[in-house]
Design a protein around this ligand. Structure first.
Ligand SMILES: Cc1ncc(COP(=O)(O)O)c(C=O)c1O
Length: 358
């Protein structure tokens, strides 16, 4: 198949059956890192930008300001490049170095906020983005948390692709909530096709959605998974398509990411590891067998090399990972003898010393 435009590369991502990891149920992973900028946000980014151009809300040469945890910004930055717009991404300081570098590679100006300066109730970086928009003449704010074309993209494409690839044989759809676009649009499509498909939102313990969904006073506790479960409920979230909010401790996500890599051979992003740890617990709790379960892998582990897949970070964060790798001590002995370094075991300061030496 020959592709001639980047738009043609959007979506139609592969569905991978994780049969080694999940033996008693069919668990399908929609690998969203096959999108042009490597994440699930490409479809909604293009849908939102194209629609803004179609309606005349933004014109060539103008500037779009996007509050983003990185992935949405990448999709918008690419669309801006193609459609001759300028792009400024407003991010929080937790966004990984790799995402920041990628945003700049796609031509975006990146404004990083200091989270200690921001109030959570104001939506933090979204508030800064609004202030910036007042400051930059002729600029337009793209707020993915309010823009219905974010939902629409997943309704038109993600949901449809999943339903088609599985011939409608779906029992459960699981997702986490960032802007709420993925779960709202995909669930809407799936439920319209078949009311019996159960939609489960996976949220970190202490996240806002459990209390929100079960109509209790909103509680929020910070967690370690970037891009999901903010301290506020996005306007576009369609609660009516969600059957249940299932909570799991965020810490299980790390082991799951490493397990998926060693057992299935896929290097998945942090939120995907989190969702899958939720699916595993949900299967155990409800004793599920022979069900068709589908979820999305929003991005790749390559965006989390400094955290989820960095052993120094993990040990500093007191996250214990079991690896199928017991040859490290032998390698260490060899390294000592020949003045080499086992990169895997290096701490940050010895890493810096090596860079200086090189
Ligand atoms: C890595 C990752 N996971 C999950 C999500 C959540 O998707 P949505 O914003 O559609 O709710 C995002 C969104 O930015 C993301 O970047």
């Amino acid at each position: 198949m020959i592709y001639e435009t980047v738009e043609e590369l959007l979506g139609n991502t592969p569905l991978f059956k994780a049969g080694r990891l999940f033996k008693e149920n069919n668990v399908y992973l929609k690998l969203e890192y096959f999108n042009p900028t490597g994440s699930i946000k490409d479809r909604p980014a293009f849908e939102m930008v194209k629609n803004m151009m179609k309606t005349g809300e933004i014109k060539k040469g103008q500037t779009l300001i996007v509050p983003t945890s990185g992935n949405a910004g990448l999709g918008v930055a690419l669309a801006c490049k193609l459609y001759n717009l300028n792009c400024i991404c407003v991010i929080i300081d937790e966004v990984s170095k790799d995402k920041k570098n990628l945003l700049q590679a796609y031509g975006a100006i990146v404004v990083q906020c200091d989270s200690s300066y921001l109030s959570e109730s104001e939506g933090g970086y979204i508030w800064i983005a609004k202030e910036l928009q007042k400051h930059i003449k002729g600029s337009i704010l793209l707020d993915q948390f309010k823009n219905e074309n974010n939902v629409q993209a997943h309704y038109k494409y993600t949901g449809k692709e999943i339903y088609k690839d599985l011939n409608g044989k779906i029992d459960y759809f699981f997702a986490a909530i960032g802007s709420g676009g993925t779960i709202s649009g995909t669930a809407k499509y799936l439920k319209e096709k078949d009311q019996n498909i159960k939609v489960i939102a996976v949220d970190p313990k202490g996240g806002i959605y459990h209390s929100y969904f079960y109509n209790r006073p909103l509680l929020y506790k910070d967690h370690s998974i970037s891009s999901i479960s903010d301290s506020f409920v996005p306007e576009i979230l369609k609660k009516e398509y969600i059957d249940e909010v299932f909570t799991v401790e965020d810490v299980h996500s790390y082991q799951m990411c490493h397990d998926v890599c060693s057992i299935e051979g896929l290097l998945i992003g942090h939120s995907a590891g989190f969702i899958l740890s939720g699916i595993k617990k949900y299967i155990e709790k409800n004793n599920l067998k022979d069900k068709n379960i589908v979820t999305v892998v929003p991005d790749s582990g390559e965006r989390y090399l400094d955290t989820v897949y960095n052993f120094n970070y993990l040990s500093k964060s007191l996250v214990n990972i079991t690896m199928n790798n017991n040859i490290n001590t032998d390698v260490e002995d060899f390294c000592l003898k020949y003045s080499c370094y086992n990169v895997h075991l290096l701490n940050d300061s010895s890493r810096e010393a090596i860079v200086m030496k090189e």
